[in-house]
Design a protein around this ligand. Structure first.
Ligand code: SF4
Length: 220
């Protein structure tokens, strides 16, 4: 097998810079070989079952298996890994977990605020992929945060890929989340040295310094 070409450092810097100038709170150029894939990350979406499991074409049990993710990663040399910070008052707000699972906006507006941050991650992934193709890379693969049903199809009852009526409504924007594909984004962030705090449904905003959503674009 012919090894994939190594992307030029200047082009990678253009992509890294694009992320930070358009809203990422930080971005790094990383080796694709450093991206950890662990089947337990994907299983976490199914056991216990996440409210979105089985309802979105990009989420487990659909989407990329860990084997497929590994095959994809093997075809790339480098990637842009970025983060978007979210204040803990928003991402660890008491009402948020219920609002997310019920789809009902909370009075404080945290659901829509978090949705806006997630939308930024999807937009940055799209933007970086488009730019990569413009500056001479011939293929890209993107991973986002959260599920695309809540972010891109919030107003739709069902995912069109799953309801039998057609293909994805947002083929240009919709990408799997890192966790749905088995990528251990937390381990990767810690490896790079980013200060990251896991946030669960029971977290108090005061106990979390800040939240972070992450995105990943492989280029080659
Ligand atoms: S963007 Fe919408 S139609 Fe496409 S996979 Fe996601 S939920 Fe389904």
């Amino acid at each position: 097998m012919i090894p994939p070409p190594t992307p030029e450092p200047e082009k990678m810097e253009i992509l890294r810079n694009l992320a930070v100038t358009h809203g990422a709170s930080g971005a790094s150029i990383i080796d694709a070989g450093d991206i950890p894939v662990d089947p337990r990350v994907r299983f976490k979406c199914m056991i216990p079952k996440c409210y979105m499991s089985g309802r979105c074409g990009r989420c487990p049990p659909y989407g990329y298996s860990t084997e497929k993710t590994i095959r994809i990663l093997n075809n790339y040399e480098q990637a842009i890994f970025f983060h978007v910070r979210v204040e803990s008052a928003i991402i660890a707000a008491k009402s948020l977990s219920n609002s997310i699972t019920s789809g009902q906006a909370d009075e404080a507006g945290n659901l829509f605020s978090l949705g806006g941050h997630c939308m930024l991650v999807y937009s940055l992934v799209r933007m970086i992929r488009k730019k990569a193709m413009k500056i001479g890379f011939c293929r890209t693969e993107g991973f986002s945060a959260s599920n695309c049903k809540d972010i891109l199809c919030f107003k739709k009852k069902t995912c069109r890929e799953l309801n039998g009526s057609g293909e994805c409504r947002n083929p240009e924007m919709s990408v799997p989340s890192m966790e749905s594909a088995g990528i251990d984004a937390f381990r990767l962030a810690a490896k790079i040295g980013w200060e990251i705090f896991p946030i669960g449904a029971q977290c108090e905003p005061e106990s979390v310094k800040r939240g972070m959503l992450m995105g990943l674009v492989l280029v080659g």
